[in-house]
Write a protein that binds this ligand. Sequence first.
Ligand SMILES: [Zn+2]
Length: 78
Amino acid sequence: MDWDDVEEILFDGTKETIKNLKCVNEGCSGNIEYEFNSKFNSFVVKCQKCGHYSKSNGVFYIPSCVKIFGDKFMISRQ
Ligand SMILES: [Zn+2]
């Protein structure tokens, strides 16, 4: 699994598949955090543990994860 797969799940996944996501950088497995900005149509994905940061612009539909967990959320298994 790579970051493209992670984004695909964040955008189109179910609550369960999103909840199971974790950082895919080798040896990290940290919690993934995302932030959606509907004003700028941007979507940021980050991992605080290893410092991964990626930003997508031109996001013109509401990602699944935003519908389920809100504009900003840290995914952690509970
Ligand atoms: Zn990480």
